[in-house]
Ligand binder design. Structure first.
Ligand SMILES: [Zn+2]
Length: 379
């Protein structure tokens, strides 16, 4: 592990944590404005905070091509997904203002390049499919036709959905260092945490100093559980079942891309920037529908030499309560037949909760189930 000498935590991807925040320029009013989508705005804010280190702006064609073809930046550093800004045409000036849909400016971009791209090719390389029923592909196909690249300086940070959970990479790193953690495992989630995921976060925590529960709170599909409900679930779970001095809950501001395997690598690299030395990769990480094989998001890590990513992926099986073992287990650790396992499909869980009943305690902590039942009642 390459270590940041001051904090003794893992070093940021590429060595230095990037900071692209800066002052609002005096000539802002005179600059041409480029409107960003909500996904591009969340990427912009992650560029500002260094969550996307070593990137300092939206990608140029060399990095873009190299990422699509080889999962590396042009300089050779591993990188799994494009971080690009789409535009209709090349701006006239050397700098542009980046705004949201309402016209509010957030940043200035120093124009480096405007280039054409092939949406179907990007879809195939990033998402392994060109099917427009895939939510990530659909969003890509809606983009403007060209990419604008350049370094950004962000003077207005995005309004966080959960201000009390908004920690930049420098802040999570400071929190880890303050607690004396050196080895920290990151857990990405966009779902409420039931017993199965509680189990694997705790198995991981047994081997390291601390756990960062890092739910994604940027854009998700409309049928995912709303972020507010999920955050309420995490709070009651942490209050009741995790030691507070070993766990940090913070929000990951990224938008979901649903790129499966490549997004798993991308998620790991981002968490490295937040100071995590380890990262949990479950089955079908960042997947959607049946576009990806169950273990594709784990196998993709074999395409890198272990030292290249530096952050250590921790692979997990699906876990469950086994009545014979009398404990949580997985196919790796339990020899008993499936009818000994307490397993509920997502559909079944939703049915139980919607009817106002508690799922079995072996499946879900009652406090978490209560939050979900209440959310169903309100909906
Ligand atoms: Zn068993």
């Amino acid at each position: 592990m390459i270590v940041d000498t001051e904090s003794r935590l893992i070093a940021a991807h590429g060595g230095e944590l990037v900071d692209r925040t800066g002052d609002r320029p005096d000539d802002l009013e005179a600059l041409e404005a480029v409107t960003l989508t909500s996904r591009e705005l969340s990427d912009l804010d992650m560029l500002a905070s260094g969550a996307l280190s070593p990137l300092e702006g939206f990608m140029g064609s060399e990095d873009y091509e190299s990422v699509l073809e080889a999962m590396r930046l042009a300089g050779g550093l591993p990188w799994a997904l494009p971080v690009c800004l789409s535009v209709d045409e090349a701006p006239a000036g050397e700098r542009v203002a980046l705004t949201d849909a309402a016209g509010k400016p957030y940043a200035v971009l120093e124009v480096e390049q405007v280039f054409d791209y092939d949406k179907e090719r990007e879809a195939q390389q990033s998402f392994r499919t060109t099917d427009e029923a895939h939510p990530g592909v659909a969003r890509l196909y809606e983009q403007k036709p060209r990419y604008l690249s350049g370094r950004v300086t962000v003077f207005e940070r995005a309004q966080p959905t959960f201000p009390e959970l908004a920690l930049d990479p420098a802040e999570t790193r400071a929190a880890f260092a303050e607690r004396g953690w050196r080895r920290v495992v990151g857990f990405q989630t966009r779902n409420p945490i039931h017993r199965a995921h509680e189990y694997l976060t705790k198995v991981a925590l047994e081997t390291v100093d601390g756990l960062l529960i890092h739910p994604l709170v940027g854009d998700t599909k409309s049928d995912d559980v709303p972020a507010q409900t999920r955050v309420d679930c995490y709070r009651v779970l942490l209050d009741g079942y995790y030691p507070s001095d070993r766990v940090l809950l913070s929000a990951f501001p990224a938008a979901m891309r649903y790129a499966g395997p490549r997004e798993a690598v991308w998620h790991a690299i981002c968490r490295k920037n937040y100071g995590c030395s380890h990262f949990i990769v479950g089955r079908d990480h960042a997947g959607v529908g049946d576009y990806y094989g169950t273990y594709d998001a784990q196998l993709i890590f074999d395409e890198f030499e272990p030292h290249e990513l530096d952050i250590e992926p921790m692979f997990f099986e699906h876990s469950f309560w086994c009545r014979t073992c009398g404990s949580m287990a997985s196919a790796k650790t339990c020899p008993h037949p499936a009818d000994e396992h307490v397993f509920l499909s997502g559909t079944k869980v939703r049915e139980i909760l919607a009817s106002g009943e508690l799922p079995p305690e072996e499946f879900s902590r009652p406090e978490v189930a209560e939050v979900l039942i209440e959310a169903y009642r309100r909906a």
